[in-house]
Design a protein around this ligand. Structure first.
Ligand SMILES: Nc1ncnc2c1ncn2[C@@H]1O[C@H](COP(=O)(O)OP(=O)(O)OP(=O)(O)O)[C@@H](O)[C@H]1O
Ligand SMILES: [Mg+2]
Length: 373
């Protein structure tokens, strides 16, 4: 019964995680390091001005009325601070946070037990809520709306459902795939926070804070160098900082200056846009072997010796967001920016983007302007 609360769920989530230097997902050990770097209050939470301000109002309003706040859904790509915010909600409210995740709730009975064990005002955090099983989801509807659960007693035809009151609580759901949430579930959240990628200036503040916590001396220029390669993601910024710190300690005097950051990141194959070796290999193949495309993802994957799934899930999201690659109905196409980034002359007559249906632009990304026309 207590198993689904277990924090080891984070380990389970990390199993499928590749250990790329610039992966937005966290590896097993990283999750331990990360907890030391998490902000603990809204004041400490850097960036995301819109979500943070809106959330502050939701929490303050509820506190003044002496009620539990509306249920909160946090949605956005990995590593932007959803879990951090969920824990902050608990600490701002002065209540405890019980943690579970969609895939960890195997039976709706487990969820019913969890809900009935909540103390008044507790926060229940369900990570990856889009992966919750349907029966558990249906149980959640009534719990969110009326603070009740149906407990099924007995088996077979004689089974009866006994409604049980539960304490008022706040559900905080996190998802990287808001589109997979069912309508009825989404509608039951009173507040939806859409997390955006971070501006370099905010990432520099994240880095300064982490450097202080880790006892690393970091210059402004050093942090600018790291922030620019962090793909708008605090998790990646913190990871690059740790790599650069190692380098600074072993190869230099421990201070992270621009030169040190540049040398370290070159060693780790992270270029100035934040592309790693595989990202560049994909672009190189696209441009060098296939004239810039269009080419199918399976062919492209063979050319770089990777699984199509890896190319599609690991490399492409950022290449598209950075405006370097477009997914078209006829295959992948390198943009002009890709040719330029690789230091190759853009083909005369331009790149074959005339018939492109680009992926919808990600807010705050550079691809927004590229494909707006
Ligand atoms: N606004 C922020 N200020 C400071 N540090 C942050 C912020 N957002 C994220 N971080 C750092 O990035 C790390 C990852 O954040 P977090 O685990 O909250 O992301 P997430 O959105 O839950 O990711 P996932 O989707 O993989 O679960 C945290 O350990 C924290 O150190
Ligand atoms: Mg998380």
């Amino acid at each position: 019964m207590s198993a689904p609360f277990d924090r080891s769920l984070t380990g389970e989530l990390a199993d499928a995680t590749p250990e790329w230097t610039v992966s937005p997902q966290a590896g097993d050990e990283e999750r331990v390091v990360e907890s030391a770097l998490r902000p603990h209050s809204l004041e400490d939470f850097i960036g995301q001005p819109k979500v943070a301000r809106q959330l502050a109002l939701v929490l303050e309003g509820a506190k003044r009325r002496g009620r539990t706040p509306d249920h909160v859904l946090l949605s956005g790509p990995p590593g932007l601070g959803k879990t951090s915010l969920a824990l902050i909600i608990g600490s701002e409210l002065g209540t405890s946070v019980k943690i579970t995740s969609g895939p960890a709730i195997e039976r709706s009975g487990d969820l019913a037990a969890m809900l009935s064990n909540l103390a008044p005002g507790d926060v229940l955090f369900i990570d990856e809520i889009h992966r919750i099983a349907r029966p558990a989801e249906e149980l959640l509807y009534m719990a969110m709306e009326d603070f009740r659960v149906d407990v099924v007693v007995g088996k077979g035809p004689g089974a009866t459902a006994i409604p049980l009151e539960i304490n008022p609580f706040t559900l905080v759901g996190a998802t990287t795939r808001a589109g997979l949430l069912t309508g009825p579930l989404r509608d039951r959240f009173g507040f939806v926070g859409q997390m955006e990628f971070y501006e370099p200036a905010d990432l520099q503040r994240v880095l300064a804070r982490s450097a202080a916590l880790l006892g690393v001396e970091l210059t402004d220029e050093g942090s600018a160098e790291i922030a620019g390669r962090s793909r708008g993601t605090p998790r990646i910024a913190n990871r690059l900082l740790r790599r650069v710190r190692d380098y600074a300690e072993v190869e230099a005097d421990g201070r992270v200056t621009r030169q040190v950051a540049e040398a370290a990141l070159a060693l780790y194959d992270v270029d100035h846009l934040g592309l790693d070796r595989l990202d560049r290999a994909v672009l190189e193949a696209l441009v060098g072997k296939f004239g810039g495309g269009p080419v199918g993802v399976a062919t492209l994957a063979v050319a770089v010796g990777e699984e199509p799934h890896t190319v599609e899930e690991v490399c492409e999201p950022f290449l598209v967001r950075a405006g370097l690659l477009a997914r078209t109905p006829r295959g992948r196409v390198a943009t002009e920016a890709a040719w330029e980034h690789l230091g190759r002359p853009v083909p005369r007559g331009g790149v074959p983007l005339g018939r492109v249906t680009a992926d919808p632009p990600v807010p705050g990304s550079s691809s927004e302007t590229l494909f707006d026309a």
